[in-house]
Design a binder for this molecule. Structure first.
Ligand SMILES: CC(C)(COP(=O)(O)OP(=O)(O)OC[C@H]1O[C@@H](n2cnc3c(N)ncnc32)[C@H](O)[C@@H]1OP(=O)(O)O)[C@@H](O)C(=O)NCCC(=O)NCCS
Length: 165
């Protein structure tokens, strides 16, 4: 199936190339990248949790190409999960601080939205604190603009209610 990998983009530090690294990336490298970028929602994520996440979702990356033209420094990520029928969700959208505002996240989002692994879903969703502007240009609307209410239950609360082991 066509993967629609974005073409490499030129940045101030060099060429950035995109890849689906779900099956090849070392969870340790992801952990180091997210720690270096001080990403608050992954602060306590373990290597084992990264492994489990990679087993059920797709991890698309951006790498600053090295002079040798191979590999290169990880500078951007997006993770996409899909139930294959109704909903796909974007997670872990992060660009290295020194590489921001050069289109890396935009390319990753655009790619995730047409990635064949998302299947024929009816909608894409995501949660964000303050990066909402990034997604407006891709057709996302803030929840208050659509007729739904986002509800959630933590496992801790479910355990208190005896509804989860
Ligand atoms: C949000 C983030 C992923 C954007 O990455 P990026 O590669 O710089 O994004 P792009 O260059 O593709 O930016 C495209 C547009 O998104 C918007 N945008 C980018 N960063 C933004 C930010 N921090 N806050 C609000 N809007 C932002 C802007 O409208 C930008 O367009 P402009 O540069 O023409 O103004 C990056 O700032 C980041 O990693 N932030 C920390 C982690 C985070 O909050 N991730 C979002 C989780 S949902």
């Amino acid at each position: 199936m066509e993967l629609h990998i974005p073409d490499p983009i030129s940045t101030l530090k060099g060429l950035v190339a995109f890849a689906d690294e779900t099956w090849t990336i070392e969870p340790k490298e992801l952990q180091i990248f997210f720690q270096a970028e001080a990403v608050f929602w992954t602060a306590s994520r373990t290597i084992e949790e990264w492994r489990r996440l990679l087993a059920c979702s797709r991890l698309l990356t951006a790498r600053l190409q090295s002079d040798e033209g191979k590999g290169g420094r990880l500078v951007g990520t997006i993770r996409v999960w899909s139930d294959q029928a109704y909903e796909a969700k974007l997670y872990d959208v992060v660009t290295a601080e020194d590489m921001m505002r050069q289109g890396i996240a935009s390319n990753l989002v655009r790619w995730a939205l047409c990635h064949p692994a998302t299947g024929n879903v009816q909608r894409f969703v995501l949660e964000t604190r303050d990066a909402g502007d990034l997604y407006l240009r891709f057709g996302f609307k803030r929840a208050k603009e659509v007729n739904t209410v986002h509800m959630r239950a933590s496992v801790e609360d479910l355990q208190k209610l005896g509804l989860h082991q």
